[in-house]
Design a binder for this molecule. Structure first.
Ligand SMILES: Cc1ncc(COP(=O)(O)O)c(C=O)c1O
Length: 326
């Protein structure tokens, strides 16, 4: 009989799917690493399990313990699955910008959820970063994951996502384009692909309101770049340790409107029902058009599933309220 011993064993080995209509204007082959096939419907399952297993090995997470994380939802989902299978309690601390669906989903898999204000600085005691840290000092036998600075995040992608992309493209990948939040995906995949072929170009997709692009280009952490934005999952107002700026060749910024409109277009024109950062990622690929030639094989990674955005991106009333569609 062929079966997985538990749901965590089904993580990874996701398909690679060609983009057709949306990328017609590009000269090259564009393939998407389609991460919604993971059991938690996002790429984050990979790093969640890696972080938990590395914490267990290091003795940071003890039997019966509580996992605490500040998460926009997907990492929380992956951690919650790991917590259920391995017998831990799970607390997710989330910002109020995140969709209601994400919060309900976390509760559905047994997580306790704290909602914090988005529009405060990271060191404000009300921020979700500070709240997660505080809870981990108050709750006995708890472990604060910190996906931003926990390098097991990058390691997961170096060990699984990167090698899968290399094998699926038979080593022909020339460019990797991906949205950047904690940086784990870009640094792990980018690091692996460059270790196989240093000529592979690695591009990050950033948002307006985030510090990454300017920091990469100038080395300046410019606080005036920071303001609230709508796109979920990518961009930051901090510099996470998981973003390895040295192996990133460049960033392109995508507007909230374009990210939302292109998320809808992926569903309607490619049959790809995906999350908000996928729209940003594919628009980022189109913005980088001048960097691609006929022989290139561009891989773009799609992080999560559309079901988490039915109240927002896939709700035309919401799209109109934001001024994204007429
Ligand atoms: C939907 C979505 N897209 C993109 C990202 C960014 O990925 P990474 O944190 O690996 O940079 C995240 C991270 O939370 C996410 O949830």
């Amino acid at each position: 009989m062929k079966y997985a011993k538990n749901i965590l064993e089904t993580i990874g080995q996701t398909p690679m799917v060609k983009l057709n209509k949306l990328t017609e204007e590009l000269p090259c082959l564009v393939l998407s690493k389609y991460e919604t096939f993971n059991p938690g419907n996002s790429v984050k399952d990979r790093m969640a399990v890696q972080m938990v297993e590395d914490a267990e090995a290091a003795g940071l997470l003890q039997p019966g313990g509580t996992i605490i994380e500040g998460t926009s939802g997907n990492t929380g989902m992956g951690l919650a699955l790991a917590a259920v299978v391995k017998g831990y309690k799970m607390i997710c601390v989330i910002s109020d910008k995140q969709s209601k669906e994400k919060i309900d989903i976390l509760k559905a898999v047994g997580s306790e959820v704290y909602v914090c204000p988005t529009d405060v600085t990271p060191d404000d005691p009300r921020s979700y970063y500070s709240t997660a840290r505080r809870l981990s000092t108050e709750i006995p036998n708890s472990w604060y994951v910190n996906q931003y600075d926990n390098l097991s995040n990058t390691k997961a992608h170096f060990l699984s996502t990167g090698p899968e992309i290399w094998e699926q493209t038979e080593g022909k990948v020339t460019h990797f384009v991906v949205g950047v939040g904690t940086g784990g995906t870009i640094s792990g995949v980018g690091g692996f692909l460059k270790s196989k072929n240093p000529k592979v170009k690695v591009w990050g997709v950033d948002t307006y309101g985030s510090v990454f692009k300017k920091y990469h280009e100038t080395g300046i952490f410019d606080e005036s770049e920071i303001y609230p934005y709508i796109t979920e999952g990518i961009g930051e107002d901090i510099l996470p340790k998981n973003v390895n700026f040295e192996l990133i060749d460049g960033f392109t910024k995508v507007t909230d409107k374009d990210a939302a409109v292109y998320t809808q277009r992926l569903a309607k024109e490619e049959g790809m029902f995906l999350g908000n950062s996928a729209g940003a990622a594919i628009k980022g690929v189109l913005q980088l058009k001048e960097h691609f030639s006929k022989e290139d094989v561009v891989v773009v990674l799609f992080h999560d599933h559309g079901s988490r955005y039915v109240g927002k991106i896939y709700n035309d009333e919401w799209m109109k309220e934001q001024g994204f569609i007429d």
